[in-house]
Design a protein around this ligand. Structure first.
Ligand code: AMP
Ligand code: MG
Length: 328
């Protein structure tokens, strides 16, 4: 049966993403205020990553005991004696949202995540864009439901993303939601103010705006630049971390999301949790999502998208012409 806005899957996944997003922001604010950690120290992102995964896995498993959850982290490292301080911090933060949680429970919730790609499973990236999180830029909590190889529900919480490009001084933090066949929506960080979103109507390639990763190792920026020149695109590319890129494309602020594999790591295979939620949000907003060779994304073979090479997302209208230009 198709999901709708009142399906328990949607209600639970939204609640979980809202809680995880609040936890991540709390950690980021504490970090900014306290500055007890060195900038080069990755512990804040580690704490947020584990805390976010623990809470989301617990809430999903409680409601859907038979569903597998494919998620990035496990608790092996966290259980090591030299990580006890980190585990204490994770437990403290989780307690602020799920009172009376013990460290043992937190570890066991993290371990609800597995590698098992089954007929129906959830794909979770507890913090996508860890480098953006540490820099104070964009990051996302990405949760998707995949049924028989198709993404049927996608949620992206983007706690540091403006809700309106024309109102950059407004409140930050938004949630994107898409359900198969039912469109894509944006809400504020609390899940209120829901509105449908749609991709840009740009028909002329030269008017397109490209978005791409901030990190040069994650995509081939030089090839993106060459493509922009070939299509006479004059507006500069918008570099952004995480799947927030899918969100801004879905609401029409950019036209093309390019992720040509970086020459630093040409054999890199994308993880399903890095694209499942974002892809349904872009598609349900009217966009098209393929790899850079025009092939559909494969979410059914395992945690790695072995059959795909890079990612290419567009407003649909410009997809074929840009794919052709990518053949250069
Ligand atoms: P982004 O913020 O869009 O650059 O994407 C962040 C994601 O890039 C992380 O979640 C990583 O899983 C993924 N990643 C890591 N190394 C690579 C790579 N060499 N090529 C593409 N993606 C990568
Ligand atoms: Mg990620």
């Amino acid at each position: 049966m198709d999901l709708d806005q009142n399906s328990p899957e949607v209600v639970t996944a939204l609640q979980a993403a809202i809680k995880a997003s609040a936890l991540c922001e709390k950690i980021r604010m504490d970090l900014a205020a306290g500055a007890t950690l060195l900038k080069s120290d990755r512990s804040p992102v580690t704490i947020a990553d584990f805390g976010s995964q623990a809470m989301i896995c617990k809430m999903i498993r409680q409601k859907f005991p038979h569903d597998a959850i494919v998620a990035e982290e496990d608790s092996k490292e966290l259980r090591r004696p030299d990580c006890s301080r980190i585990l204490d911090r994770v437990t403290d933060y989780v307690n602020a949202f799920i009172p009376n949680s013990s460290s043992e429970e937190v570890c066991s919730w993290i371990d609800l995540g597995s590698n098992s790609v089954t007929d129906r499973f959830w794909a979770l990236d507890p913090i996508d864009g860890t480098k953006g999180f540490l820099r104070g830029d964009q990051y996302a909590i990405a949760l998707a439901l995949i049924e028989r190889g198709r993404v049927t529900l996608g949620i992206l919480a983007c706690p540091n993303l403006y809700t309106d490009i024309h109102h950059l001084t407004g409140e930050k933090g938004c949630l994107f939601l898409a359900l198969k066949g039912r469109g894509a929506f944006q809400m504020d960080r609390r899940g209120a103010d829901k509105r449908p979103i749609c991709v840009s109507k740009a028909e002329i390639p030269s008017e397109a705006i490209i978005t791409e990763s901030v990190e040069p190792d994650h995509a081939d920026h030089l090839t993106h630049q060459r493509l922009a020149e070939k299509l006479n695109i004059s507006k500069p590319s918008l570099r952004m971390d995480s799947q927030a890129k899918y969100g801004i494309l879905a609401r029409g602020e950019v036209t093309l999301y390019l992720r040509v594999p970086s020459s630093a790591e040409p054999g890199y295979k994308e993880n399903i949790w890095d694209h499942a939620a974002g892809s349904i949000i872009a598609e349900e907003a009217g966009g098209r999502v393929t790899d850079v060779l025009g092939r559909p994304l494969d979410f059914s073979s395992g945690i790695k998208m072995e059959k795909n090479q890079g990612i290419f997302v567009s407003n649909g209208i410009l997809h074929e012409v840009v794919l052709k230009a990518l053949e250069m």
